[in-house]
Design a protein around this ligand. Structure first.
Ligand SMILES: Cc1cc2nc3c(=O)[nH]c(=O)nc-3n(C[C@H](O)[C@H](O)[C@H](O)COP(=O)(O)OP(=O)(O)OC[C@H]3O[C@@H](n4cnc5c(N)ncnc54)[C@H](O)[C@@H]3O)c2cc1C
Ligand SMILES: NC(=O)C1=CN([C@@H]2O[C@H](COP(=O)(O)OP(=O)(O)OC[C@H]3O[C@@H](n4cnc5c(N)ncnc54)[C@H](OP(=O)(O)O)[C@@H]3O)[C@@H](O)[C@H]2O)C=CC1
Ligand SMILES: O=C(O)C(=O)Cc1c[nH]c2ccccc12
Length: 382
């Protein structure tokens, strides 16, 4: 099938890119492996999730989030917004199409994309002038290979399968990982009466959503190191020194770390209070697991009924994109630094891989559609 633009993935990145291409009247197709758009938000997010960034930083191009909506939008409201977005811009992704391989054909200068039709099992071949990777920074869950994990006798889930703590009442649950998912899931489990422990092994920043909002506003006018200085100051004033509870502050600032490593500061939803009051127990890194028993690096051990791995995600675009080197590095992330990360060689682009959340998604989508428009116009003038 001949196409002008193929977009891989119908998350916010794919939808935003489609809307921007439509605004330029550029034909395109979105290939999505699942049966719905925004699968992360509809299938792989827990019930109590709210956007961490204020609504002014979370809207997609051409459609601001309603001024009547709350500042920090609950997941379901964001999904409704995406529903409206899809109908407003008449976006029609091709579902059940899992892109298994894509490579650049030097002979005719076009991209060859193989998509497996998950319903029929057939492989469909798409030929496109432009290819946009919109498969997400969080495309695959990551679970570390811990010694003895296979012997664990209880339930094991990844945070992307966790919905709520309702079924864990009175159970001993270990949360591995203290990013935003792990910290919020621990809080939720504890609220539902689970005996909750969380593994914390490295330093991280704890901030409030208001601090991040202020930081995002300041960052428009003042340098990053000053923004970080102010946020750390506010964090110290509000949360104090948490090292006696196992939470150490990194030497580098929260926005600096977000931009350079992708690691977001933890936006506290009440977990810190529960850690201080010992409702949630902090434990060190795991050394091994045997049966229901988990052994920790300080020599301690405890039995658990369930383990929730909130150990994050990986971009796996490199698994299907054979010629990833035109835009990505070995880790499936952009090889060029922000703000030039979205554009590769050979008409290859990536949207939503800048570690800047939905704010970054919108910036990338606009830049990509404008660039494709420019390339097409220049070609027509020749
Ligand atoms: C729990 C959680 C909460 C978050 N909250 C926020 C927040 O509040 N604010 C914020 O700015 N950011 C947040 N983020 C970051 C969030 O990932 C992005 O903002 C947003 O979802 C990125 O959109 P995306 O389209 O790039 O990726 P995704 O939403 O991951 O969408 C990618 C799509 O591509 C599809 N796909 C992947 N591989 C293939 C393939 N080979 N073939 C076909 N289809 C494929 C997937 O099925 C998926 O539908 C959060 C992330 C998580 C995990
Ligand atoms: N409401 C919102 O807006 C939310 C947003 N998000 C966002 O989604 C993205 C993904 O977040 P999240 O799912 O938390 O993933 P992250 O990648 O941010 O965090 C992963 C965590 O797992 C830990 N970890 C990894 N391997 C191990 C191991 N072997 N043993 C112990 N700990 C380990 C890491 O700690 P270490 O540093 O020690 O490696 C880290 O604390 C982030 O950008 C986040 O901000 C997530 C939830 C809610
Ligand atoms: O929640 C995330 O990981 C996001 O990507 C949102 C986000 C973008 N920039 C930030 C700076 C500080 C905290 C969260 C974010």
């Amino acid at each position: 099938m001949q196409k002008v633009v193929v977009i891989v993935g119908a998350g916010p990145s794919g939808l935003a890119t489609a809307a921007c291409l439509s605004a330029h009247s550029i034909p395109h197709v979105i290939l999505e492996k699942e049966d719905i758009y925004a699968s992360l938000w509809k299938k792989r997010a827990y019930d109590r999730l709210k956007l961490h960034l204020a609504k002014e930083f979370c809207s997609l191009p051409f459609k601001p989030l309603s001024p009547d909506s709350p500042t920090y939008i609950p997941k379901d409201m964001f999904v409704n917004y995406l529903d409206e977005y899809v109908s407003t811009f008449n976006i029609q992704p091709q579902y059940h199409r899992s892109v298994e391989s894509a490579w650049y054909d030097e002979v005719d200068g076009k991209w060859r994309i193989d998509a497996k039709n998950m319903q029929s099992g057939d492989v469909e071949v798409y030929v496109a002038e432009f290819l946009v990777i919109a498969s997400g920074e969080n495309s695959a869950k990551y679970i570390p290979e811990l010694p003895g994990l296979g012997t664990f006798k209880g339930e094991i889930i990844h945070s992307n399968e966790y919905k709520s703590g309702a079924k864990y009442e009175n159970m001993d649950v270990l949360v591995v990982g203290c990013g935003n998912s792990g910290m919020e899931i621990s809080y939720d489990l504890s609220n539902f009466g689970a005996h909750t422990s969380i593994v914390i092994r490295n330093p991280f920043h704890v901030v409030s959503k208001e601090m991040v909002r202020l930081g995002m506003i300041f960052y428009k006018y003042i340098p990053l190191f000053v923004v970080d200085f102010l946020i750390v100051l506010m964090s110290k004033m509000v949360y104090g020194d948490l090292s006696k509870y196992g939470i150490r502050r990194p030497k580098k600032g929260p926005f600096f770390l977000k931009e350079t490593t992708g690691r977001a500061p933890v936006i506290d939803v009440g977990t810190v209070h529960k850690i201080k009051s010992k409702e949630i127990k902090v434990v060190p890194a795991i050394s091994s697991i045997y049966g229901k028993k988990v052994l920790f690096e300080d020599g301690g051990e405890r039995e658990f009924d369930a383990i929730v791995f909130a150990t994050g995600y990986r971009s796996i675009a490199n698994n299907w994109l054979k010629d990833f080197k035109y835009v990505l590095n070995e880790n499936g992330m952009p090889k060029t630094d922000f703000p030039h990360h979205w554009k590769g060689e050979k008409n290859l682009y990536c949207c939503g891989l800048s570690r800047r959340g939905l704010f970054g998604v919108s910036m990338d989508a606009k830049a990509i559609a404008d660039d494709i428009k420019r390339v097409i116009s220049e070609k027509m003038e020749k």
